[in-house]
Design a protein. Structure first.
Length: 207
């Protein structure tokens, strides 16, 4: 019997984010998931290389690819609504968990236990979850920066909010990323391709 799991997963590209905001360009769930995976891998790698940690960067990236897969069922809930109250947030978490299980049941029985830990992080993933959350917020920061670079000031407050939440996480890996990599998102394509001093902290601007 044919399975629709992967056909459903690839529908992430049809789910638009930032539904309450005026966007100059779209940001769909598939793009966001890739961005989050790239940043999750980067943050774990920074932790391993700079701080001698033993984080599974590949596992964190895989979790990031599927971290919002439940929205294939639920759609994207705007952040101001999702976090309006603790009760509403807890209820939405329950809905997300049910949606993830519904997706998993679209898999053949022998594959369900392979993919369940990707859609539903396990206790052993606990050390990675702060990095996954930080990567999610970094992806949101980059979206805000790109909108502002396009002249859309609607995202100024959102960028400040995302930065504050990242700072409150107090992850040194995030601080390093903000200094060494985030400024380049304010540059033009020519600057990104031609500047070779991006890794110098003293050249960090607009963070």
């Amino acid at each position: 019997m044919a399975s629709s799991f992967f056909a459903l997963i690839l529908r992430m590209k049809f789910i638009e984010r930032w539904g309450l905001m005026r966007n100059t360009f779209g940001d769909n769930l598939a793009e966001h998931s890739l961005d989050t995976a790239v940043f999750a891998h980067a943050l774990c790698t920074i932790g391993n290389v700079r701080f001698g940690k033993h984080l599974n960067a590949e596992r964190c990236a895989a979790l990031a690819l599927f971290h919002d897969a439940s929205e294939i069922i639920t759609g994207d809930m705007p952040t101001p609504i999702k976090y309006r109250s603790a009760a509403l947030h807890d209820l939405y978490k329950e809905v997300e968990a049910e949606a993830a299980e519904e997706l998993i049941h679209h898999l053949p029985d022998d594959l369900q236990e392979v993919y369940r830990p990707l859609l539903c992080p396990q206790p052993q993933d606990e050390p990675l979850l702060p990095y996954l959350k930080a990567a999610d917020r970094l992806a949101a920061c980059v979206k805000c920066i790109q909108e502002m670079q396009g002249g859309n000031h609607e995202f100024e407050r959102a960028l400040q909010s995302q930065k504050e939440m990242l700072q409150n996480m107090q992850l040194p890996e995030v601080e390093i990323f903000a200094v060494e990599f985030l400024p380049a998102f304010f540059w033009s394509l020519d600057e990104q391709q031609n500047r070779t001093d991006a890794f110098q902290p003293e050249n960090a601007e607009n963070t």
